[in-house]
Design a protein around this ligand. Structure first.
Ligand code: 8YV
Length: 304
């Protein structure tokens, strides 16, 4: 569909583009379509005049892009929100179940041939139904997780959010908004739904991990940098947390052995939006944004 709109240069290479190629792409193209793997920081943007250009991100989160630098250079940024909400919420729920019920550990045991058959105390996990789920942030994905957790598993939902959340949104999932400390202290599961970037780097630090209920499980489908990984490992080692289900990491795709070698975590390779339906819809949404821009209209999903 993009080819009907103009000349398309495709980077067939699946690896993230390096700074030079990102810079050249931004400089030479009228419209640039990055993914989460393409870090467009101030160094990449510095000195470029991007006025009249569109950066049409394939994805909702834009923390890999320095928005201030892009704005200063004159470009408009668009993304693909909404359509990946349910897919990402499904992954949060999957991680919650998989971590609590030790699915990864169980599968590893079975595949390695070490399973000795049914035993009454074999690989006991923790139940999810009826437990308390704390959501940090209450954007679209968090609201979808709340809906699935409350209506599907009868969970009590607590919300920690910087600004007051609309009552109707809370009522639809029988949720309560509480101060973050209370959410962390009372929740059996804590799922993170705040944007990444410098302002939220290590938001979940050692102090906040220490505020969590003993034996709680952490879920992160947001961005890796919002969790201090070293502090998380320490909290798991110290027994404060019973486990963690992570779809995003601080230095993707490098996973520290301190995480990958432990049994009490479930680790996924950034699969939040990875369904055929969702990725197709995301692509079409990029096309929609690009097309609007080329027709002199404001794209539907302008971020800045
Ligand atoms: C996308 C994501 O796959 O949309 C996001 O913010 O993290 C993922 O679901 C990724 O952004 C693609 O660039």
């Amino acid at each position: 569909a993009l080819d009907r709109l103009g000349t398309v240069i495709r980077e067939e290479n699946d690896t993230p583009l390096d700074q030079g190629r990102l810079r050249a792409g931004l400089a030479e193209c009228d419209i640039f379509c990055p993914t989460v793997s393409d870090t467009i920081d101030a160094t990449v943007i510095s000195g470029l005049d991007l006025s009249g250009k569109l950066v049409a991100n394939y994805g909702a989160g834009v923390s890999h892009i320095d928005r201030e630098a892009l704005r200063a250079a004159g470009a408009v940024l668009a993304n693909t929100p909404d359509i990946l909400t349910d897919a990402t919420a499904e992954v949060a729920i999957m991680l919650m179940l998989a971590t609590a019920r030790r699915a990864g550990e169980g599968e590893r045991e079975l595949r390695s041939g070490e399973w000795q058959g049914w035993r009454p105390m074999h690989m006991l996990g923790r139940g999810v139904s009826g437990k308390t789920l704390g959501l940090v942030g209450f954007g679209r994905i968090a609201q979808a997780v709340a809906r699935m957790a409350h209506h599907g598993f009868g969970m009590e939902v607590l919300v920690g959010n910087r600004s007051p959340v609309d009552d109707a949104k809370l009522e639809s999932v029988a949720a309560r908004q509480l101060p973050l400390e209370a959410v962390l202290a009372q929740s059996d599961f804590v799922s993170l739904h705040i944007p990444g970037g410098e302002t939220t780097r290590h938001f979940l630090n050692a102090d906040r991990l220490a505020d969590m209920k003993a034996g709680a499980i952490l879920i992160n489908t947001a961005r890796g940098e919002v969790v201090d990984t070293a502090a998380l490992v320490a909290a798991l080692d110290g027994g404060r947390l019973a486990g963690a289900g992570l779809d995003v990491f601080e230095n993707e795709p490098d996973i520290p052995p301190a995480l990958s070698q432990r049994e009490d975590v479930v680790l996924l390779p950034h699969l939040g939006s990875a369904t055929l339906e969702t990725r197709t819809a995301m692509g079409l949404r990029v096309v929609e944004n690009v097309s609007a821009w080329l027709h002199g209209e404001t794209p539907r999903d302008v971020v800045l």
